[in-house]
Design a protein around this ligand. Structure first.
Ligand SMILES: Cc1ncc(COP(=O)(O)O)c(C=O)c1O
Length: 384
């Protein structure tokens, strides 16, 4: 249990924090720069540079209310900087299409790629109307699958998009929640040059530390767009609350938060193992369809072998009292996304329902049939 007040209003503990502790009492009722307090941006820049492996210029770092806020600012800016549509490889984070609709003049352009298929980079650059791609949202590791793109894809994308000047919004929300630390190399940039003009980084310190409701995110904008982003953030929200800024500082400096961050990936990986073990023991035929993530806080069940109609499956689950949250269907047919934070009792019940609804592969003649039979005792707690 974290004591929020102690975390925010603790007394100065070392010289490094002294100036910030002073500001806690005297500046927290005033506006700060729309980007945030410079000391805290500098600290955030150091954190980001550990993930992406290149130095981050603190004057390009904007503190945001979570990563969603950063994505909205990046979309709004890229819309002004280059016309065209926004390409998002599928399957993708379910909010992207809505965010594009709200903040970008272009439309969503995507290919229905099978998760794990190599990305078609020329197609990504010309997928928009009139062969124009304004920006590509590249999410690595990816939500919903929790998969990491192979090393070199980002470099190839950056290189190939140079002639068209296409912007790349690199969403690294799960870049610090890797199940195998050796995968960190797949997230890194090979050099900082693209950060001058076309590469945008978005991330979420609240997500990487397992405190998503605290809304601590960042946007790193290209050096040449700092003024534009100062303007957009000033108009959108002014600074994020100073309480959040101090909290962000503490999250990045107090060892207890760092411990929380380190434990998160281990807990998520072991939660996947437990889910898999449960399936193997109770519904072995479904176990091979629980896709193994490499990062993040979700895993997916691939039900394409058993069901060709997501809507029917959803309805059948809902008829049994399963509560399906927005985001479970995701824009990629046949995937059910599960939070790795779910309690065992919840996922065990969900698997039970799925086992009763889906016809096992063992009976191919009955494939793609959904048994839409209400359960005798509906359960309302399950969240998919
Ligand atoms: C890929 C991706 N980007 C952005 C976000 C938004 O993060 P935040 O909660 O910090 O706004 C999420 C949240 O689930 C996500 O999965």
């Amino acid at each position: 249990m974290i004591d929020l007040l102690t975390a925010v209003y603790r007394p100065a503990s070392d010289d490094d924090n002294a100036s910030l502790d002073h500001q806690r009492y005297f500046a927290d009722i005033n506006y700060t720069d729309s980007a945030g307090l410079s000391d805290i941006r500098a600290r955030t820049a150091r954190y980001i540079s550990q993930i992406v492996g290149v130095p981050i210029n603190p004057s390009t770092v904007f503190l945001t209310n979570g990563a969603d806020h950063a994505i909205s600012v990046a979309l709004s800016a890229t819309s002004q900087l280059k016309s065209g549509d926004v390409y998002v490889p599928s399957p993708y984070y379910f909010k992207y299409p809505h965010q594009i609709e709200l903040y970008h003049k272009g439309r969503l352009a995507t290919q229905s790629a099978n998760g794990g298929e190599p990305l078609n980079i020329p197609q990504m650059l010309t997928a928009g109307r009139n062969n124009q791609t304004s920006a590509i949202i590249f999410n690595n590791p990816n939500n919903p699958l929790g998969l990491i793109h192979p090393a070199g894809v980002l470099d190839r994308l950056i290189e190939a998009s140079a002639p068209t000047g296409t912007h790349i919004i690199y969403d690294i929300v799960y870049g610090d929640t890797l199940f195998n630390p050796a995968d960190a190399k797949h997230i890194r940039l090979s050099n900082a040059d693209p950060l001058k003009d076309r590469l945008w980084l978005v991330g979420s310190i609240s997500k990487s530390h397992g405190i998503p409701g605290w809304r601590l995110g960042f946007l790193v904008c290209p050096e040449q767009s700092v003024e534009l982003i100062e303007h957009i953030t000033e108009i959108l929200s002014s600074n994020i609350s100073t309480i959040s800024q101090f909290l962000l500082n503490d999250v990045l400096t107090l060892p207890s938060f760092d411990m929380r961050r380190q434990n998160l990936a281990t807990e998520m990986a072991s939660s996947y193992d437990q889910m898999l073990a449960h399936l193997e023991e109770n519904h072995a035929w479904l176990a091979p369809h629980l896709l193994k993530p490499q990062a993040g806080i979700f895993c997916c069940i691939d039900v394409r072998d058993f069901c060709s109609d997501d809507q029917k499956l959803k309805q059948a689950l809902q008829n049994r009292g399963v509560k399906i949250k927005v985001g479970s269907a995701l824009g990629y047919p046949g995937l059910i996304r599960l939070p790795l934070t779910a309690q065992k009792s919840d996922y065990a019940e969900l698997f039970e329902h799925l086992a009763q609804i889906l016809i096992p592969q063992a009976n191919p003649s009955a494939r793609a049939v959904i048994q839409d039979k209400p359960a005798s005792t509906p359960v309302a707690r399950l969240v998919v």
